[in-house]
Write a protein of this length. Structure first.
Length: 426
């Protein structure tokens, strides 16, 4: 392992995308700048355009295109040996003490601090540093081996190397895929790929090809490259089918299917048995459906393909039934909620009816009380009238029934008087 000063300053780049003089350029010439980077494509706080970054004497300076200092001097504790940026958002610096730093300049946040000392063995040095749009760094050494830092596992992972010179997919040809580009750089440092393939026997080439494809799949996953992960997964599955690797295909299918009772898409529930339905944003079961035609290339894989199709069909049927059941429950819940809302809206009207009914009941009660009082009055009235008659000495009669006998008595007395007056005259 190299010492802390093993990162050679000879590898330190001077990256200038645009060499047009500007006030910022003049300003940087006046500073003790060790490394200068001019990035195009939107600046952190600079209103777009280029952002200049410079470091000297263990310090780092970040300026806007107009020369404004966006941050105070950043002290790294060691002189900068390599400085690189991507789209002026992520900035990666490698210091001479083997420390690597990654910042999000727009948010002013550090994403990574690690050491590349573990990579600097066998008299190799840092050749190039890249930073992906996701902010993940890639360190390429002078032997063209490339590594990336795994944040989850806190280790360096080799994503391109010279371990598979006899692989059928080991090539020097240029490609638009990142992993292929890194691998072709390694091939440039090795002997002719054609000669290596001629020297290799069939078994060795077959073993290295499978190992190479599995490494490409794992490297794409480690870098978070969705498109390349799908591409290498398709390539890997096709090769396994052609070579009739049933055991590996079965294991791959089980990994992508997961527990049959687990959902095909993520939900709020915890993953069953630690299984996630997505990989780099791709639905695993959908990806498996894409791989089934490739598995069908070999007749010896037909039984496995039929089993996988049957399992996927059962899962789809179960999820369809569950979805219909949820829809019915949601519809029922919505109907109940609408009914509750309707009752809540109709509550004021029943209150008015209740008031009217209450008034009517009050009137009815009053009428009933009056009727009861009227029924009791005739029984009490004669007694009162008799008392009045006694007080008046019988001069007045309170009732019609008492008036009739008195009038007859007076008539009889008058007739007697008349008869007595007529008698003597005769």
């Amino acid at each position: 392992m190299r010492s802390s000063s093993s990162v050679k300053r000879a590898n330190m780049p001077l990256a200038v995308v645009n060499a047009v003089p500007s006030p910022s350029l003049i300003l940087f010439y006046l500073l003790p700048v060790v490394v200068v980077v001019w990035c195009s494509g939107g600046g952190g706080g600079g209103g777009g355009g280029e952002v200049w970054c410079g470091g000297g004497g263990g310090g780092l300076y970040i300026y806007s295109p107009a020369g404004r200092r966006l941050y105070p001097r950043i002290e790294l504790g060691s002189s900068i040996a390599y400085l690189e940026s991507d789209a002026c958002r992520y900035l990666v610096a490698v210091a001479q003490d083997c420390a690597i730093h990654v910042w999000d300049v727009l948010k002013g946040k550090k994403l990574l601090k690690a050491s590349v000392a573990a990579l600097l063995v066998d008299d190799v040095n840092v050749h190039r540093v890249q930073v992906l749009p996701s902010g993940q760094p890639i360190v390429t050494l002078t032997n063209q081996h490339s590594f990336t830092w795994s944040t989850d596992m806190s280790v360096w992972m080799e994503i391109a190397g010279a371990s598979f010179p006899q692989s059928s997919f080991h090539t020097k040809m240029a490609s638009d895929k990142l992993l292929t580009q890194l691998q072709s750089s390694v091939a440039q440092e090795q002997e002719s790929v054609g000669m290596a393939l001629l020297k290799a026997d069939t078994i060795s080439r077959h073993i290295e090809t499978i190992a190479h494809l599995e490494t490409q799949v794992a490297a794409a996953y480690a870098l978070g490259l969705q498109s390349e992960y799908r591409y290498w997964m398709h390539t890997y599955c096709r090769y396994l089918a052609v070579e009739a690797h049933i055991a590996k295909l079965e294991e791959l299918a089980r990994t992508l299917i997961g527990p049959p009772t687990a959902p095909s898409l993520p939900n709020d529930d915890e993953d069953e048995a630690g299984w996630s339905p997505l990989v780099l944003g791709l639905a695993k079961r959908v990806l498996l459906e894409e791989l089934l035609p490739l598995m069908s290339l070999n007749r010896s894989c037909q039984r496995l393909v039929a089993q996988v199709k049957e399992t996927l069909a059962e899962i789809k049927q179960r999820e369809t039934e569950e979805a219909k059941k949820r829809e019915a429950e949601e519809a029922e819940a919505d109907a109940d909620a609408d009914a509750d809302d309707g009752e809540a809206d109709a509550e004021p009207e029943p209150d008015a009816d209740v008031d009217v009914d209450a008034d009517a009941d009050a009137d009815a009660d009053a009428d009933a009380e009056a009727m009861d009082a009227g029924a009791d009055a005739p029984a009490a009235e004669p007694e009162a009238m008799d008392a009045e008659a006694d007080d008046a000495g019988g001069d007045a009669s309170p009732s019609v029934d008492n008036d009739t006998p008195q009038n007859g008595q007076e008539e009889e007395e008058e007739e007697e008087r008349n008869s007595s007056s007529e008698g003597p005259s005769d």
